[in-house]
Each structure stands twice: as C-alpha cells, then as structure tokens.
Design a protein around this ligand. Structure first.
Ligand code: HEC
Length: 141
C-alpha cells in the first residue's frame, strides 16, 4: 500500500510539473506528430505529405491557415490551443525548407481555438486546391 501511495505521489507530482511547465514544441512534436511526419517533417510517400514546403506556403493565406489548423492531425491532437500554436510556429522555423518570410504571422492560441473545432471535410481536395494556388503565385526571389 505504501508503495502504491508512493507511486501515486510521484505520478501526481509529475502531472503537476508537466501541467505547470508544459512541454517544449520539440517534445510535443516527437510525442504527437513524428510517428507520421517523421523527425524532419518529410513524411512518408503515398501516406503522409512532407510539411517541409507546405506549412510555410499554406500559412501565407487565410485559406491555407484554415486548412493547417483544421487538418485532422492538428485539430484532433490532445494538445491545447496554445501548445498547438507554439508547435506550428516551431515547425515553420525548424522543419521547413522554405524560410519563414519577413512579417510571417505566427499562429496564436486564439486563431487555433477559433478554427480547430470545425471538422475539415474533403481534406485532399482542399489540399490540392491550396497547392495549385501556391504554384500559381509568382515566386519571391
Ligand atoms: C496518423 C498520422 C498523422 C499524425 C499523428 C499527424 N499527422 Fe499531420 N498529416 C497527416 C496526413 C495524412 C496529412 C495530409 C492531410 C490528411 O489527409 O489528413 C497531414 C497533414 C498535416 C499538415 C498539413 C501539411 C500538408 O502538406 O497537407 C500539417 C501542418 C500537419 N499535418 C501537422 C501535424 C501536426 C502538428 C501533428 C501533431 C500534433 C500531426 N500533423 C500529426 C498525418 C498525420
């Protein structure tokens, strides 16, 4: 019984610590996203797309941001809105071949909160449309 109480005490204090400190985006990525997107965000051909270009590209337009926040892996993760925003901002800076452009609008807790509750239907059709729109845009030097 004493052992059990000890275990419960450790579990409780660990939960308290992790709630108080939260996890760093890197750890959240490793725990929640990496299994599908791989350590460098390059994904798995035919199954999971690479986010190494798309995240920064899509984040440049309201429609793209809507998609990013509502795609199932993001919207349905158990991470809080705040941690999700921090995670996406970290991914854009650390797992992207495209540099975050000057004036890049970071995702905010409020933005994630307002978007993620609405389920995204026709995910691949919307993704294809975004890719087409991004390809049509003139390239910045
Ligand atoms: C079960 C596998 C899986 C997990 C876990 C997962 N994703 Fe995804 N993710 C996908 C797939 C597949 C897509 C492509 C859209 C779709 O079909 O859902 C995608 C698309 C995305 C996109 C849009 C990029 C694009 O090119 O379409 C982002 C951003 C993203 N995921 C971020 C995340 C984040 C952040 C997490 C962790 C919190 C995560 N994903 C967890 C499978 C996953």
């Amino acid at each position: 019984m004493r052992v059990l109480t000890g275990v419960a005490a450790i579990a409780f204090s660990w939960a308290t610590v992790s709630v108080a400190w939260g996890y760093q985006p890197l750890v959240n990525y490793q725990l929640r996203c990496m299994g599908c997107h791989l350590a460098d965000g390059s994904g798995q051909p035919g199954r999971v797309p690479s986010i190494r270009r798309t995240l920064v590209l899509f984040s440049a337009s309201p429609l793209g941001r809507d998609y990013v926040a509502r795609v199932p892996g993001v919207a349905q993760s158990p991470l809080s809105d705040e941690d999700t925003a921090a995670l996406l901002n970290w991914m854009a800076r650390n797992l992207s071949d495209l540099k975050v452009p000057p004036g890049f609008a970071d995702y905010s807790e409020a933005e994630i909160h307002s978007l993620r509750d609405r389920p995204l239907v026709r995910v691949s059709a919307i993704r294809a449309r975004l890719l087409k729109a991004a390809a049509a845009k003139p390239r910045t030097p």
